[in-house]
Write a new protein. Structure first.
Length: 158
């Protein structure tokens, strides 16, 4: 009987296991920002932690973890789908500039060693044209793509 008892985890220990699991899931979600995959499991583990501290038996803790995690996962999925289908609603990241218009501030040169500068909104970006053509200062442009820290642009027809 002593051997069986040593192989089982004490019910009091589950409190801390659930607490560590909850923290791990939440920190993992923060590290993988925007996926909302680990967050439901963090919520499930947090509720299981509360149940463990309230004295619930281990099988009930597991049932609570599974049910709450599944419910949280089902509740979060519509939000994730809406965020994925809507593109980038808050306009962050360089990809938000694709399709935006701006103006050449410093001539764009055919020389690949000499990048020009364009102003897009309130930001200035090093830029080059898609065909390495010359664009003089004041020319209106459209952003075709962002490659690292430079914008690839094309002139707009007047």
């Amino acid at each position: 009987m002593g051997c069986e008892r040593s192989q089982q985890v004490e019910p009091e220990v589950w409190r801390w296991i659930w607490l560590v699991a909850s923290a791990t899931f939440v920190v993992g979600e923060i590290a993988m920002a925007g996926t909302f995959f680990l967050l439901p499991f963090g919520v499930g583990a947090a509720v299981a932690t509360a149940a463990a501290f309230a004295g619930a038996a281990v099988p009930w803790q597991w049932l609570i973890f599974v049910v709450v995690s599944a419910a949280a996962f089902a509740a979060v999925r519509p939000l994730v789908k809406r965020l994925e289908s809507g593109g980038n609603p808050i306009g962050v990241g360089a990809s938000r500039l694709i399709g935006e218009t701006g103006v050449v501030v410093t001539d764009l040169s055919p020389d690949p060693e000499q990048l020009g500068v364009v102003r897009i909104g309130r930001e200035e970006w090093h830029a080059e044209t898609t065909d390495r053509s010359h664009l003089s200062s004041g020319t209106r442009i459209e952003v075709i793509q962002i490659e690292g820290t430079r914008a690839v642009v094309r002139p707009l027809a007047d």
